[in-house]
Write a protein that binds this ligand. Sequence first.
Ligand SMILES: C[S@@+](CC[C@H](N)C(=O)[O-])C[C@H]1O[C@@H](n2cnc3c(N)ncnc32)[C@H](O)[C@@H]1O
Length: 198
Amino acid sequence: MSEPLPQQHNLDAAFEIGNQIIQGDFPDNRPEILKKISQLDWATRSAEPFHRFLFAWAQRIKPKLIVETGSDRGYSGSHLALGWPSARVVSIDIRSVCSDHLNAFHHPNVETITDDSLAVADQFEDNSIDLLFLDSAHTCAHVSKEIELYVPKVRAGAVVFIDDIAMDGEMTRAWKGVAYQKRSFRGLHNTGFGAFQV
Ligand SMILES: C[S@@+](CC[C@H](N)C(=O)[O-])C[C@H]1O[C@@H](n2cnc3c(N)ncnc32)[C@H](O)[C@@H]1O
């Protein structure tokens, strides 16, 4: 049996950090490379608050294993990897070019998988993931299935994050269907950002 998670790793603590970032009350202690990513274009500028949040949360909880679905250009993965460099970070994307993007950063703690996130959930042991970030296919069916397959892999009591929960009807429906204690963050991303505790 793993030890219960400390209170400062729970949903309220995540919400508090998120709000501090939104209000400009949280120090930005990211390395320069991550600050530069946030200035690349409009998409990285709008993603900056939740990318900063992922960095801060990794620093806070000192995870052993981080799993991300949806690597894309490797920007959230880089924030997770540099947030806690001792963590093993596994990032999954269905497009091989996205693994290439993330691998191009040469983070020594990152492993990439090119596959459908639903096909590889079994590669993780039950109760082993300390930080799970879901940001792959944005359909209700896919997100719901990711939650079904990945939540048993997450350490009991850990907080899971989902991006774009208010992006469209599909994602709103997916978020509505999350049957765990949950919070949505106003202002971490213009398309919504949510967290739930397993
Ligand atoms: C919104 S982007 C991820 C953005 C990234 N997390 C960030 O914040 O920098 C979504 C990514 O999910 C990937 N994707 C789409 N369907 C997928 C699936 N079934 N399994 C894994 N990845 C998928 C896409 O290729 C795309 O790169």
